[in-house]
Design a protein around this ligand. Sequence first.
Ligand code: URA
Length: 227
Amino acid sequence: MTLKQRRDEEAALRRQAAACSLCSSLAESRIQVVFGGGEIDADVMFVGEAPGATEDRDGVPFAGASGRLLNELLSEIGLSRETVYIANVLKCRPPDNRDPRREEVANCAHFLERQVELVEPIVLVTLGNYATKALRGEDGGITAIHGKPEQRRVGARSLWLLPVFHPAAALYRRSNLELLKSDFAEIPRLVAEGTPEQPRSPESAVIEKPPVVQSEPSDEPPQLDLF
Ligand code: URA
């Protein structure tokens, strides 16, 4: 796909999301859909959980205190919001900042999957437990797996998935900030490494739910899955 085709399709997807009412209660309570955005040709894409009150008001992800910290972390590794792409698992604000529901994530998953395919990032950084769990399709516990890049696929894309703490967790606890900074330092290294090896067979590029228990060891990277 050309850059223009990717931009045009992202704009069409954004319009589709703006009119989405699959989750009727979220569609009623939201001020607006927070689709996300940034550089369509970014090497690095970030995924958070869901918009909060500030994002719902402003229409952009990470517009509040977590976003200010994210901006600082980006600038420390020579990036900015203009050079990366930022989205959330859920595009609508859950009322009272409750956790997203499973069916809401399922309804919204195709938007994020397509965003990843259109951006074609080398590194996909999941911010916090929620996004990490949604994109890995399995429970890991951010404390155990943060800062450890994994080779994963989404659609036909192969990429590095890097789970890190959510910026809000770093605002809440200082020790998390140090961990977050050192995990962010991994990002330029992974970008320099480049896109990990492409999937070997066309079948392996199909988005599907990974098995809960893998019966045989495989040297293929696990498939990305949004529940
Ligand atoms: N937290 C998130 O996970 N996403 C946002 O957009 C803002 C705060």
